[in-house]
Design a protein around this ligand. Structure first.
Ligand code: T46
Length: 137
């Protein structure tokens, strides 16, 4: 069964509002080499639709909400994200789809590697073959 791993970040709140800090190998279980964010997603759009051979990521919905579906080749789970204080760990060899973005959704992603198109598996059948034959583990 696919394990859903979430991280709860400490909120430094005071009369002015809230602040969350995340550090390499502390709150985040790897060295962060890249940060990107997804926003202004059009209604009805599904993003992702791929897996990564090696990349590990933590996804944080810093504004609004979205749903992420994770599939390990056997089991599928949908995770609703709507808290800036919560990170979803997305490990290697997991097919991911992000959908149901609210208009104000900003999805921040912390990644363990620099951008490398060769690390993507964008073909679903290739992903299923790789899982079946344990190719990238
Ligand atoms: C993932 C999910 C959660 C770059 O040039 N550098 C980057 O670091 C990234 C992430 C993307 N790009 C380019 C590649 C494409 O031309 O930006 C364009 C859109 O990327 P993509 O279609 O892969 O975006 P998503 O939202 O489908 O997937 C992204 C990440 O690529 C992926 O690693 O796990 O978010």
């Amino acid at each position: 069964m696919i394990q859903i791993e979430k991280i709860s970040f400490s909120i430094h709140g005071d009369g002015r509002g809230s602040l969350i800090a995340v550090e390499n190998n502390k709150e985040i279980p790897f060295e962060i080499k890249r940060v990107y964010y997804i926003y202004g997603t059009n209604d009805g759009v599904t993003r992702g639709l791929h897996a990564h051979k090696k990349l590990k990521q933590v996804a944080i919905c810093v504004s609004g909400s979205c749903t992420i579906t994770l599939f390990d080749g056997f089991d599928k789970k949908q995770i609703f994200l709507d808290k800036p204080s919560e990170g979803l760990i997305i490990k290697e060899m997991i097919w991911r789809e992000m959908h149901d973005f609210s208009e104000d959704c900003v999805l921040l992603v912390l990644a363990s590697e620099l951008y490398d198109e060769a690390d993507y598996i964008r073909d679903y059948n290739e992903f299923m073959e790789a899982v079946k034959n344990d190719i990238y583990s």
